[in-house]
Design a protein. Structure first.
Length: 162
């Protein structure tokens, strides 16, 4: 989040584990290749995404999470606060068993539906989804919000002028 661009295609074929040649006794490093899907966020967009990420990590109220989404420009049919909060937690929180329940999804989408999803958030979400999927395949259930917390905090410190 601190860089101007983010790689939105970190699937296993684009991730390398490489030895640290300068310090062979150190743990290997992660190497990313193939930056074909990159989105550049301006400072204002980065701060807004960072605040959404932190609202998930901090387990904020439905109202706070929904408002962070609204700040990014998401539009839904009924502007449901609960829908936006659940959607945000689904995107950037830990994976929960209810997320596998088709009825949960049906109820969520009966309440509201997305009409416009902000471009600046689409690649960030794709990155989160791919990384979470990779982590789940390794039997690790991270909260993207919690894992990205320090990046979000640094971004806000660096760019938030409000």
């Amino acid at each position: 989040m601190n860089s101007f661009s983010t790689d939105a295609d970190p699937h296993p074929g684009n991730i390398l584990v490489v030895p640290d040649d300068k310090n062979p006794s150190h743990l290997p490093r992660i190497g990313l290749i193939d930056y074909g899907q990159v989105k550049t966020l301006n400072p204002e967009e980065r701060v807004k995404v960072a605040k959404l990420i932190l609202s998930i990590a901090d387990k904020e109220s439905d109202q706070v999470i929904a408002d962070r989404f609204r700040d990014l420009g998401i539009k839904t049919k009924t502007d449901s606060t609960r829908f936006l909060a659940d959607f945000g937690r689904l995107m950037f929180g830990s994976f929960e068993s209810k997320h596998l329940d088709h009825e949960w999804h049906k109820e969520l989408h009966k309440e509201d539906r997305v009409l416009y999803f902000p471009n600046e958030l689409s690649m960030v979400y794709r990155t989160a989804l791919l990384l979470r999927g990779l982590a789940m395949s390794l039997q690790f259930n991270p909260s993207v919000g919690e894992e990205w917390r320090h990046h979000a905090e640094d971004t806000i410190k660096m760019y938030d002028t409000v």
